[in-house]
Design a protein around this ligand. Structure first.
Ligand code: CMC
Length: 431
């Protein structure tokens, strides 16, 4: 954050107030209103935080107009094509791409933490088999603070580091366990000879009765999905993690809060909702009917996997995923997958429709990810847990950044109160 000594003037009730302006390294300037209430006695009003920067950060930059997403300055398409998830995790956590030695050390630290406490297996068994895996994930990740309380002291930098590594290492294990539990199969222990994505596929799809070979092309596609979901600056779940952590809550509790927020259909739940929508549409000839419904103000239906709060041109993650969808379906010999045909035609129709053009609505990251995940063999209920395990590095990097920031204080928004003013209590017989 650079203080350029620029200011903005606010005229209010005959007084003029100077508001400092901060200039970021890239992106729009930011008005500093922290002293506004103290000086002028007014709050600002911004439900949904559409014009509010809640923190400063050096991790992720999005230019919604250009459709650009940078992690520590590196464009997402370069990371998706040249890097791999654990290297991106290192970049997010420590700010720079690792040397070969640093990467080897980091990978060793992560793989040595992939197993979960054996007692956790019993904890899982308390859930109903038909529970949504996100419900299980919120519960088990929250419970990590009961299993790993030696890394919950947020004032100890070493414990913060251990908590970060544990979360990145164990989330795939916990997500795979939630899946195995839901289908009544035994839990599969992690394999540290496999890379991060291949290990996850192995834990999800292998059974003790036979050998399971992870196809490297599928592992690569899985890894790419992890990278594309790794972070997205101050989105709803990340802001939830930061707000929860601002009170000093432990990292496992904060990440569980982030997972709960991610579950909603307007956020991480959109990939499940999108695939269900594509199935409901079913065939290309029904697309116009659904497009009309999406445009109808009296119908709550929205095209899932379309639109974004920040991107107003293109979602760079969707471009990479569209290509990945083609590759994976071709590999699996299902390139004529009817859902992919519906998705492509729906995209084409919407992008040529005045409503979607005018409102700048186009496919987001969730539009093609569900098709890939389903082709790999995941049920729709696992889509959001996969988003959660991919986003864990973003949440924990933002959490670490926040805790280390000397300006960190408890998040406490104010409100525009529209309720009753003070009135006297009325006894029940007189109401
Ligand atoms: N289908 C039809 N109309 C839409 C859609 C859509 N998917 N998205 C937005 N609109 C319309 C909306 O009705 C509104 O119209 P009007 O101005 O006439 O009232 C206008 O576009 C602006 O919508 P908004 O709800 O004010 O925009 P927002 O920035 O608050 O919402 C969004 C962004 C992502 C929640 C929204 O576009 C949406 O609900 N999309 C579908 C769900 C989805 O795909 N979510 C995944 C987001 S990306 C992954 C992630 O971050 O988790």
């Amino acid at each position: 954050m650079t203080d350029t000594k620029k200011t903005a003037q606010l005229s209010l009730n005959g007084e003029t107030y100077e508001l400092p302006i901060f200039s970021p390294t890239t992106g729009p300037d930011v008005l500093d209103i922290r002293k506004l209430y103290g000086q002028a006695g007014v709050f600002t009003y911004d439900p949904g935080f559409t014009s509010t920067a809640s923190c400063d950060s050096t991790i992720t930059y999005i230019d919604g107009g250009k459709g650009e997403l940078l992690h520590r300055g590196y464009p997402i398409d370069q990371l998706a094509s040249k890097s791999h998830h654990l290297e991106v995790c290192y970049l997010m956590l420590y700010g720079e791409l690792p040397t070969a030695a640093q990467l080897e050390d980091f990978e060793t630290r992560v793989t040595r933490h992939t197993m979960v406490h054996e007692q956790m297996h019993n904890f899982f068994r308390g859930f109903r088999r038909d529970a949504h895996p996100m419900a299980t994930l919120v519960g088990v990740v929250g419970a990590m603070s009961a299993f790993y309380h030696d890394s919950t002291d947020i004032n100890d930098p070493w414990q913060r580091e251990v908590a970060a590594i544990r979360l990145i290492a164990k989330l795939p294990t916990i997500a795979a366990m939630a899946y195995k539990y839901s289908i009544g199969q035994p839990f599969v222990y992690p394999r540290n000879d496999l890379d991060y994505a291949a290990n996850f596929l192995h834990m999800c799809f292998s059974v003790p009765a036979e050998e399971y070979h992870v196809d490297p092309i599928l592992a690569r596609a899985m890894d790419r999905i992890f990278i594309l979901h790794a972070d997205h600056e101050q989105n709803a779940s990340t802001s939830t993690v930061r707000l929860a952590s601002s009170s000093g809550a432990n990292p496992f509790a904060c990440i569980a809060a982030g997972i709960a927020c991610l579950w909603g259909p307007a956020h991480g739940g959109a990939n499940q909702a999108c695939l269900e929508m594509l199935k409901e549409i079913g065939s290309v000839d029904r697309i116009p009917e659904f497009i009309e419904r999406a445009k109808d103000k009296n119908d709550p239906f929205r095209l899932m996997g379309f639109g974004h709060r920040v991107y107003k041109n293109t979602d760079p993650r969707a471009k990479v995923l569209k290509q990945s969808a083609d590759e994976v379906l071709e590999l699996l010999g299902v390139e004529n997958n009817p859902l992919l045909q519906v998705a492509k035609e729906l995209e084409r129709t919407a992008l040529n429709d005045e409503y979607f053009i005018e409102k700048k609505l186009f496919p987001n990251v969730d539009f093609y990810s569900g098709i890939i995940l389903e082709a790999m063999g995941f049920p729709t209920s696992m889509f959001t847990p996969i988003f959660a395990l991919s986003r864990t590095v973003g949440w924990i990097s933002q959490w670490k950044e926040m805790i280390a920031d000397p300006q960190n204080k408890i998040g406490r928004p104010r409100q525009l109160y529209l309720g009753e003013t003070e009135r006297n209590y009325v006894d029940i017989e007189s109401r």
